[in-house]
Design a protein around this ligand. Structure first.
Ligand code: PGA
Length: 260
């Protein structure tokens, strides 16, 4: 983690919880957000509970009294239209969201999203005034066959193609090795740092070293309170995208504190 970049820790709740649990978890995180120190906290609930979380955070006119922000888990690349079951970026903004996860590996592998799809979504989400959290990461088979660099490079360059430096400066990248997601198998700090440094060099190629130096890169994949500190100590790891451990306020806040 660098002193130049404010850490960002986001909870990806995926398709979990119900309305009452979403509310109580939000209230618990908001009440204790100060424990995390100087870190941006983001909650990404299922779309159906986004308004529940917005209300529990007391979001009004873009302000969050607790400082905790709301994010989506996905968005469509069009602003409106005949897209049954989809959520538009403007709708997320309308209910007070500031962030949106895009290109999560579950979207890529289970819902057929490609770098081109993700690229269109990144542009739409930026146009709606939200901060995209753009996910990249290699599978186990890709790592074991020595293709991590090639795969991650292709994802970063493809997902972020044609985005001006001024917009790149606004987004967040999440490196999430697929083999570490929900498996309890975390990347070693060295493995994570190596890919984060690669991602930053790619961002520099797409913009400039000065801009790349300001972009926050989160690590995701089995981040827990007991491994967060060693990840936070790495120079290019600027926060975490947390799945399972974000469903418990204690664990989520302990992870945030390790970065704060
Ligand atoms: P995990 O998920 O923390 O449960 O491994 C991370 C993610 O998918 O963003």
């Amino acid at each position: 983690m660098s002193t130049r970049r404010k850490p960002i820790v986001a909870g990806n709740w995926k398709m979990n919880l119900d309305g009452a649990k979403a509310r109580s978890l939000t209230e618990a995180v908001a009440a204790r957000a100060g424990e995390a120190g100087s870190v941006d906290l983001v909650l990404c609930p299922p779309a159906l509970y986004a308004t529940t979380v917005a209300a529990a955070l007391g979001l009004a006119a873009g302000n969050s009294p607790s400082g905790v922000a709301l994010g989506g888990q996905n968005a469509h690349d069009k602003e409106s239209g005949a897209f049954t079951g989809e959520v538009a970026p403007g709708m997320l903004r309308d209910i007070g969201s500031r962030y949106c996860i895009l290109g999560h590996s579950e979207r890529r592998t289970l819902f057929g999203e490609t770098d081109a799809t993700v690229n269109a979504k990144v542009k739409a989400v930026l146009a709606a005034g939200l901060t995209p959290i753009v996910c990249v990461g290699e599978s186990l088979e890709e790592r074991e066959s020595g293709r991590t660099e090639a795969v991650v490079s292709e994802q970063v360059l493809g997902s972020l193609a044609g985005i001006p430096a001024a917009d790149l400066a606004k987004l967040v990248v999440a490196y999430e090795p697929v083999w570490a997601i929900g498996t309890g198998k975390v990347a070693t700090p060295q493995q994570a740092q190596d890919v984060h440094a690669l991602v930053r060099s790619l961002l520099a190629r797409l913009s400039s070293p000065t801009v790349a130096d300001t972009i926050r890169i989160q690590y995701g994949g089995s981040v827990k309170p007991d491994n967060a500190a060693e990840l936070a100590a790495c120079p290019d790891i600027d926060g975490a995208l947390v799945g399972g451990a974000s469903l418990k306020a204690d664990d989520f806040l302990a992870i945030a504190k390790a970065f704060g």
